[in-house]
Design a protein around this ligand. Structure first.
Ligand SMILES: Nc1nonc1C(=O)NCc1ccc(Cl)cc1
Length: 245
């Protein structure tokens, strides 16, 4: 997977590959991250990347000329690569979008700063606009790092164990079940007995039931888009009965 991140703050973005699963994936060549600074595509002596907004208003915008040059330079280098602009105006990010991007092979992530970028950059070169949530950050870099992290961990061989519990839950559209590790008892709280039983069928059933119940209680909206099979419906009814007792 080849990422090209267009950003005025390359060091900020590069920190995403400093540690952990993403860092190891990059070291192992499963993923490649290149940060490209639009300032390197300016032609004036001051290397100007921003300018005042037509129509007035507070703050500055990113100039279109150096952004277009940077995007086109990376498109040429990567061949077919989707250009994704990170902004609160974008499509809300979901696991399915990360999964799809992980199968693309390459992506160009465009990070804005200031009050925005010239709209003609979006018209001319942006394929998709994505949002990581309904709030405003000071730039697109953290959102781009979210995408790099979320995609990289989906690459085959990126995770040591085949698919994690977190993976399964969001993949089947549910929240994750509770998790426990040693000690068995801490501050008078015990690990659920089923997890100590060694009965993998019971354990799997309990985990599914917890995931279904938690999703119903915390994010019933997620259940709207998930078609539950008969056995899941029974598990959910059992869970809801148990919490009422
Ligand atoms: N929420 C979000 N999801 O993706 N990105 C965001 C976000 O707040 N970006 C800040 C931002 C984006 C573009 C520009 Cl020009 C300036 C600041």
């Amino acid at each position: 997977m080849q990422f090209s991140v267009i950003t005025l703050f390359p060091e900020l973005v590069e920190s995403v590959v400093a540690e952990g699963v993403v860092g190891r994936a990059e070291k192992r060549g499963l993923m490649e991250l290149k940060c490209v600074n639009p300032r390197d595509f300016t032609e004036d002596v001051h290397r100007t990347v921003d300018d005042r907004p037509y129509g007035g208003g507070p703050g500055m915008l990113m100039r279109p000329d150096c952004l277009l040059k940077t995007i086109r330079s990376e498109r040429e280098r990567l061949g077919k690569a989707k250009v994704i602009y990170l902004s609160p105006q974008g499509k809300p990010l979901e696991q399915s979008m990360l999964q799809a991007l992980s199968e693309e092979g390459s992506a160009i992530l465009l990070c804005g700063r200031y009050e925005g970028i010239d709209e003609r950059v979006i018209d001319l070169e942006v394929d998709e606009e994505w949002s990581i949530g309904d709030y405003v950050l000071s730039g697109g870099e953290l959102a781009a790092m979210v995408v790099v992290d979320g995609v990289t961990r989906l690459l085959p061989e990126a995770l040591g164990h085949k698919g994690s519990a977190i993976e399964d839950s969001f993949t089947d559209g549910l929240l994750d079940c509770p998790h426990y590790t040693r000690p068995e008892r801490i501050e008078d709280l015990d690990v659920p007995k089923v997890l100590l039983s060694g009965n993998h069928q019971h354990i799997e059933k309990w985990r599914k039931k917890q995931a279904l119940g938690r999703t119903q209680l915390r994010r019933p909206d997620l259940l709207q888009n998930t078609e539950l099979n008969e056995s899941d419906k029974v598990l959910l009814i059992e869970f809801m009965k148990e919490i009422k007792t």
